[in-house]
Design a protein around this ligand. Sequence first.
Ligand SMILES: N[C@@H](CCC(=O)N[C@@H](CS)C(=O)NCC(=O)O)C(=O)O
Length: 122
Amino acid sequence: MVVIRWILGKIILFLDTVFSPTGIKRPTEQQAAIDTQTAQLTLYQYLACPFCVKVRRAMKRQSLNIETRDAKRDSQFREELLQGGGKLKVPCLRVEEDGDIRWIYESSNIISYLKQSFCPDQ
Ligand SMILES: N[C@@H](CCC(=O)N[C@@H](CS)C(=O)NCC(=O)O)C(=O)O
């Protein structure tokens, strides 16, 4: 089972690399403003998790520069997710807004949040 999961993970990463989406192009100032906003976001994820790949691809399509933290390989990030979000499940987006911190689970909810916040016209 571990071997099958490892092979599937490699296939997912390979396909993700080969069919990497193209990011939208924004005027420099607009992108800089969005970069400032996305600096408040952090994606807790696993590298080869298909749901995380789905979110990372949406980020790439929308040219959103969001820090990613690997909660499988880094025990500190795992602990942050567990303590902050309440459960060890990825992907999870940490959102800091006016001093408040929200933890958004579920890939579809994360993608909807990103779309609504940064690309409402698409
Ligand atoms: N419905 C969820 C599924 C997320 C999910 O199942 N994530 C797995 C990794 S692929 C997970 O976090 N499992 C718990 C664990 O590995 O500890 C979504 O779309 O985000």
